[in-house]
Design a protein around this ligand. Structure first.
Ligand code: TYM
Length: 334
């Protein structure tokens, strides 16, 4: 029987702040679900994180921490490529080329750019502006079919598709045009303190997010303090942002769909809802935290993983870069 080639996934997370429940539910959980079906590249996208000032020592520590948490969450290092973006030079190289095929107008419409430049008024650097082009390069280098992300990345994904189509139109088939994979429930987990805002790993208020490594007590306390509303009715409805968020977290982690989740809480109060949400979070994160502790004692193994993965990633992505260099008209090296 003819062997069908597996399709390709690329996704990544910026090592800023700490990994949150939003990252887990919106992205990581799906990476784990899809890892058997696809050839996957999952990167700690460290180049991206420089768009905001970082403390070098802290960044180095965090990058390692993220990679270890990828594995602890259940990504199998034997099946997936798990690497740091800065170890694979093709990402930055393709980004330069694609910058020349991306318009200022389209980049200035990016909401993440608008949000981040408002938040970091003193450092509106050009990396922040061209960030989506680097993200497009990450994706297009591996001829990616599917990009599992939360809904906040939709616009970036759209521009990656536009760049791929534009390049293909000028030079002929070069890049696979990727599709997004966004979960039905949990694509946008909200802040526990301001549930109209997304849960963000760089939120100054620690009570606004749950970190994957938060202890059970901290998780229970944060969920207990989560902002809800005053009508004491547990249902998923417009305007009930705090409750919708807790229901989404419960639904995503318990495996019950939203209707089953609403039925489950039909005759219960907010106190009970919070208790059960906290417990499902604690129990979902427990095995991750245990594995994390184990892996942190085995740094040599982790190093082997990211070194070997980066080597393979370089070899795969170099094929695309070579093709691009040829198409745009550079003189071949050999
Ligand atoms: P980042 O680092 O902000 O987030 C990483 C992933 O987590 C998802 N996510 C969420 N999902 C649900 N609810 C939330 N509150 C929440 N917060 C974050 C994000 O949608 C994302 O999937 N630009 C990207 C990183 C990136 C990338 C890539 C992603 C760089 N290159 C190539 C995919 C493919 C980012 O800043 O994600």
């Amino acid at each position: 029987m003819e062997k069908v080639k597996k399709k390709v996934i690329f996704s990544g997370i910026q090592p800023s702040g700490c990994l949150t429940l939003g990252n887990y539910i919106g992205a990581l959980k799906n990476w784990i679900k899809l890892q058997d079906e696809y050839n996957c590249c999952f990167s700690v996208v460290d180049l991206h994180s420089l768009t905001v000032r970082q403390d070098p020592k802290e960044l180095r520590r965090r990058c390692m921490d993220f990679l270890v948490q990828y594995i602890a969450c259940g990504l199998d290092p034997e099946k997936n490529l798990l690497f740091f973006q800065s170890h694979v030079s093709t990402h930055a190289e393709l980004a330069w080329i694609l910058n020349c095929y991306t318009y200022m107008g389209e980049l200035s419409r990016m909401t993440q750019f608008k949000d981040k430049s408002a938040k970091h008024e003193d450092n509106i650097n050009s990396g922040l502006f061209t960030y989506p082009v680097l993200m497009a390069s990450d994706i297009l280098l591996y001829q990616t079919d599917l990009v599992p992300v939360g809904s906040d990345q939709k616009q970036h994904l759209e521009i990656a598709r536009d760049i791929a189509l534009r390049f293909n139109h000028i030079y002929g088939e070069t890049f696979t045009v990727p599709e997004g994979y966004i979960p039905e429930v949990g694509a946008r987990i909200m802040s526990l303190q301001e549930p109209t805002k997304k849960m963000s790993k760089s939120d100054d208020n620690e009570n606004a997010f749950i970190a994957l490594l938060d202890s059970p007590d901290v998780i229970r306390r944060k969920v207990k303090r989560a902002v809800t509303d005053s009508d004491n009715e547990i249902r998923f409805a417009e305007g009930k942002d705090g409750i919708n968020n807790l229901l989404s977290i419960y639904s995503s982690l318990s495996g019950k769909n939203m209707q089953q989740t609403e039925e489950h809480f039909a005759d219960k109060g907010y106190g009970q809802l919070k208790e059960e949400v906290a417990e499902v979070v604690v129990e979902s994160l427990r095995p991750i935290q245990e594995k994390y502790k184990q892996m942190m004692n085995d740094k040599d193994y982790v190093q082997q993983i990211y070194t070997a993965s980066a080597e393979k990633a370089l070899s795969i992505s170099s094929r695309t870069l070579k093709k691009v260099y040829k198409k745009v008209g550079f003189v071949p090296k050999n």
